[in-house]
Ligand binder design. Sequence first.
Ligand SMILES: C[S@@+](CC[C@H](N)C(=O)[O-])C[C@H]1O[C@@H](n2cnc3c(N)ncnc32)[C@H](O)[C@@H]1O
Ligand code: SF4
Length: 282
Amino acid sequence: MDKLTPIQTKAPLVFTLQWHLTACCEQKCKHCYMREEPTYLSELKNELDINACFKIVDDFVESFGPFCQKLRINFTGGDPLLKEGIFDLINYASKRGIRIGILGNPNLITPKIARKLKRVGVATYQVSLDGLAKTHDALRGKGGLFNQTLNALSILKKEGITTVVMFTLSKRNKKELIPLIKLLNKSKLVDIFDFARLVPCGSGRKLMKDLLSPKEFRNLLLEVFHAYLDFAKDGGSIYFGRKDSLWALLYHQLGLANFIKTKPSTFALRCLACHFVKQKNY
Ligand SMILES: C[S@@+](CC[C@H](N)C(=O)[O-])C[C@H]1O[C@@H](n2cnc3c(N)ncnc32)[C@H](O)[C@@H]1O
Ligand code: SF4
């Protein structure tokens, strides 16, 4: 058995549960990870009822509360706002001390809904933008969606909810990643931005030809790295996430990574979820 050693850190231990609450969604994006999965129809038919969801919140708090200083739940889907009882569930979870995020759609966001989300305890709301207007609308199969998404971000921001944008990266939109960030930076509507590579699952399985090659991705990461530095120099206010694990490799190659400090004979793998280092001698 490999030895597990806690990382020496002063940061509070945070455990985040990403909860796929419903497969219901009004959109039909070409790349969607859940559509065309063998489990999709059964997910639609066999959703947990809301009382079972309350019970899961209790289990979550009892299981992880004693070990972690902070608990978070990000409700996602589909569109989590389509889940019956969602506001009660958020309210219940946030009263139990859990910080709540939504990874959802812009479609149902109105000032009234945003106020309600804020009131029940939503701290962050993530929407997707997969390119500039034309590309985003084409990839997501709905005209006007780009503008609708900017409008939703503006409503959420006015309500004091932290706004997050996620970009799903492929050959089809890679040229628009930096232009989109520039546009969002000017708009002042976005607090956090990140991107993740397209994964060939669900409907995305048909898009193998759109996956970036390793070289293409590495070159793009480097370009984005410099763009982020420029935004920081110009006083941009967006926080840029580094969700993709290959950021760590790039930082290592650039001589900027100092978080993996270990003996030369030891291979250390940082596990963000449990804050443990798994060590293996080889
Ligand atoms: C499944 S969605 C749920 C929230 C919401 N419906 C949306 O699309 O933003 C969460 C994120 O996963 C991304 N996603 C969906 N299918 C994917 C795939 N095959 N590969 C990578 N990301 C994917 C979406 O683009 C979105 O940014
Ligand atoms: S990616 Fe999101 S919005 Fe698009 S179909 Fe899937 S769940 Fe719906």
